[in-house]
Design a protein around this ligand. Structure first.
Ligand code: 26W
Length: 802
């Protein structure tokens, strides 16, 4: 269809007139973007239909990936890339006087996620399609994605995000596939053929309407589907005031919850979770039934993956359908269900482990609650026969206890696979957080180190580096990212390193330009770009980074013999709106930026940038430009991290703790190509269990620490009154839960080594090259291949690549 640019131009112009009802000369950039988007969607429609037909005809096992978040970002660029038509389109548009880049900027980020978990889901979809695997996403079509962040006077201000304001060119609304979801009401029992049966009666109905988004594989004919559910009023009779009913139903898919750590027990969130699950399972079962007639072998042809516990109600919901609608016995239904569901845990932070009060759960989902109760009873009985008399153990493992429903326990009991997202994370799950479950069901536990799609995070976002790699080692790595390792041979090749240096320089200039346009700040592209971008959390320790910059500032001011290579510290982070402490850290970064950037004594050497509204599309300009990747979480707290992989793949060197996937990064890249510092996970866990850490000792014995701490409260930052006192208190009065002061010395020292290493240009570039060379392992293609083989047991369908 787009075999050459002439045919593309013809189609494009025709489409534009038809779609926009105007002549090309009168079209706006938005018209031009919309036209391109819908043309592409039409372009892939045949492959989309054929993919679905193939899946139907082959009747091979399929995976459905249920996730409350999909952080997709923009789709135009990656769709063009995966379809292999970027050049034709770009040239064709050029002939028409259109800049493809400008069109790309028209697209709103689909920000339907908070951070790592949601972005991982998006990378996984890209890999599933690119590996020709029959795998689909199921999520919620939030009307408002993660809030837009503005920085006003150094403070974060949240604005509602509006990604659907101009519509979404990629989606197809499919009202014919809507599913009814029931809340509230009561359970009725009745007898049929001598059997007691249950049904959910008098429920308040919400109509789940699917919007399908095509997921286009790279250089293949596979087009999978991401099905996003939107909540609408159901046309059936109801008792409520009609306006109230409309508002109540629509509110279910109105907002993405902006918190990714606190289980704040809001009823609307539980509604969202059940809405996602009931709509998804309803439609999966419906299409399965159409094809197979009965659900006896459901688990042999369908596997349902739950991304963290948010969709864990998939377990009782599938049970409900099998029991109430399909008439299976409990044992049969359980056999099918527990062989259908697999579960990934993404965090060990106890405050993020979901628990729901029965008093909220039961009235909202009466039949589901009944089933969970029964699952709990039977599970506890099973444990009793395994551990007779061990009440304490059983109490700790129960799914319902002390008025709470524990979602992780339900997930483990009702699934055939439980995995962590990096080695150290899985080890901690097995050893601590989930030890009792691991002892009871060791065969369920496994580890799958996260990955990122190298197509978006290298090929699309860093075409300059991609070109250099292609020129140097050929293009084989694109289909087999492990082949990036061939770059190792060039890591000491001066001419390659020169080219690599040029690429990095170009990318730094692109980011510098963006920083200037966005925030009016000039940064020195010869300085080290030292970057920490991620959600703002105490455990991620942006504060450690900040305190260290304060120390550098103090040294530079006080000691004229102290020299460092110029550094630009770049931050990007959203704080959850209710996360008081995190918001203070944002203000602190901005206050420090103001101080440092306006101080002529240091501004040649230090610069601080807080990039507003960190999101996928901005990230695509940040990773390629970074020299140093800050991955400095308190060891044991970051399950994996995936930003760390994006930096590495773009040639940044990691400065990190032995936490999350940093451990595997070290293994892959070797210790001479990474900067590791600080407490180990075992140290942290030991202190947590046995005590023995006293932060005030570090305050009293390290003058650098004392000085920066005092500066938080002594007027060093003008016009903030006692705003930073809670930060000060968290470090001293509350004994520094995240070991910031404990790790300060080690961090300052390793930062000196970073400085030194950078001064030796060749050494630095060699490290950078070695990082790119070792990054192939972190392609999500590897991760997904492992999930497919070791968990889901699905194989790639018979499609051939182009
Ligand atoms: C209770 C609400 C809630 C919502 C989201 C709790 C917890 C979450 C997620 C588990 C938070 C999250 O995004 N976790 C991140 O998942 C990434 C992908 O596996 C990992 O790389 C990150 O280390 C982990 O923090």
């Amino acid at each position: 269809m787009f075999s050459n640019k002439e045919s593309f131009k013809r189609l494009y112009l025709k489409k534009l007139e038809r779609m926009c009802g105007k002549k090309f000369d009168e079209s706006t950039i938005r018209d031009q973007f919309q036209t391109l988007g819908s043309l592409i969607r039409e372009h892939i429609s045949q492959d989309w239909i054929e993919t679905n037909e193939r899946y139907r005809a082959d009747n091979e096992k399929q995976v459905y990936y249920l996730s409350i978040e999909f952080l997709l970002g923009r789709l135009l660029g990656s769709n063009l890339l995966n379809l292999g038509i970027r050049d034709v389109v770009e040239e064709g548009l050029n002939d028409l006087g259109i800049d493809l880049h400008q069109l790309e900027e028209m697209e709103a980020d689909a920000g339907l996620g908070n951070g790592g978990l949601g972005r991982l889901a998006a990378c996984f979809l890209d890999s599933l399609a690119s590996l020709n695997l029959p795998g689909h996403g199921c999520g919620i079509r939030y009307k408002h994605g993660l809030f837009d962040q503005k920085i006003v006077d150094g403070y974060q201000v949240e604005l509602p995000e509006q990604w659907l304001r101009h519509g979404n060119v990629w989606e197809v609304r499919r009202p014919e596939n809507a599913v009814e979801v029931n809340f509230w009401g009561k359970v009725e029992s009745y007898q049929e053929d001598g059997k007691w049966l249950f049904r959910h009666a008098n429920g308040e109905k919400v109509l789940a309407v699917p919007y399908d988004v095509p997921v286009i594989g790279y250089e293949t004919k596979t087009v999978n589907t991401l099905r996003l559910w939107s909540a609408e009023p159901s046309p059936y009779p109801h008792t409520k005031d009609v306006l109230q009913y409309k508002r109540d139903t629509e509110s279910v898919s109105e907002f993405l919850y902006p918190d990714d750590t606190h289980d704040d027990g809001k009823i609307l969130r539980l509604k969202q979770q059940y809405f996602l699950v009931a709509a998804s399972i309803g439609s999966i079962v419906r299409s399965y039934r159409l094809k197979n007639g009965h659900l006896k072998d459901f688990h042999k042809r369908v596997t349902i993956h739950i991304n963290d516990t948010h969709p864990v109600l998939a377990i009782p919901e599938l049970m409900r359908i099998l029991l109430d609608d399909e008439g299976f016995s409990w044992e049969e239904a359980w056999e099918i269900t527990s062989n259908t569901i697999s579960y990934t845990n993404h965090t060990t932070l106890s405050e993020a482990l979901e628990k729901w009060q029965i008093s909220i759960f039961q009235p909202l989902l009466p039949r589901i609650y009944m089933i969970v109760e029964e699952i709990n009873e039977r599970y506890c009985k099973e444990l009793w026969s395994k551990y007779p008399g061990d009440w304490q153990r059983i109490e700790q493992m129960a799914i319902i206890a002390h008025g709470l429903v524990k979602m992780a326990h339900l997930a483990i009991a009702g699934s055939y696979s439980v995995n962590g997202v990096a080695k150290i994370h899985t080890d901690i799950l097995k050893k601590r957080e989930m030890r009792l479950f691991y002892e009871a069901h060791p065969e369920k536990f496994n580890s799958k180190t996260n990955g990122i799609t190298h197509r978006r995070w290298l090929i699309k976002s860093n075409p300059q580096l991609t070109q250099l790699i292609n020129d140097s080692i050929g293009e084989g790595w694109i289909h087999e990212p492990s082949k990036l390792s061939s770059l190792k041979d060039l890591a000491n090749d001066q001419s390659f390193l020169e080219k690599l240096s040029k690429v990095k320089q170009t990318r730094k200039q692109i980011l510098a330009k963006r920083i200037f346009e966005q925030q009016g700040l000039k940064v020195d592209t010869d300085s080290i770009f030292d970057v920490q971008v991620k959600r703002l959390h105490a455990y991620k320790r942006q504060l450690l980074n900040v305190l260290h910059i304060m120390y550098l500032y103090n040294r530079l001011k006080e000691d004229s013999s102290f020299e460092i290579h110029p550094r630009t510290f770049i931050f990007g982070a959203k704080a959850s709106p209710g996360y008081y402490y995190a918001k203070k850290v944002i203000k602190l970064i901005n206050s420090l930026a103001e101080k440092v950037n306006n101080d002529k004594d240091v501004r040649e050497q230090l610069k601080i940038v807080f990039l507003e509204n960190y999101r996928v599309s901005l990230a695509e300009d940040i990773f390629p430009a970074a020299d140093v990747s800050e991955q400095i979480s308190t060891a044991s707290k970051e399950a994996s991290g995936t930003g760390n992989m994006k930096f590495m793949m773009n040639g940044a060197v990691t400065l990190g703790t032995l936490d999350g996937a940093n451990v595997e990064i070290l293994e892959e890249v070797g210790q001479e190509n990474i900067f590791i510092f600080g407490l180990k996970a075992d140290d942290v866990l030991h202190y947590q269990q046995h005590g023995g850490y006293n932060s005030s000792e570090y305050y009293h014995h390290d003058g650098r620490i004392e000085q920066v701490m005092e500066q938080l409260i002594n007027g060093f930052f003008p016009n903030v009154q006692d705003h930073f006192e809670p930060i000060y208190d968290s470090l001293l009065v509350q004994n520094d839960e995240y070991f910031v002061l404990k790790d300060f010395g080690a961090y300052a020292k390793i930062q000196e080594q970073v400085n030194e290493a950078y001064l030796n240009r060749t050494r630095w570039l060699t490290m950078s090259a070695n990082n790119i060379a070792a990054s192939g392992y972190f392609s999500s293609d590897r991760t997904i291949a492992q999930y497919a083989e070791e968990i889901w047991r699905i194989t790639n369908s018979r499609v051939k690549s182009y």
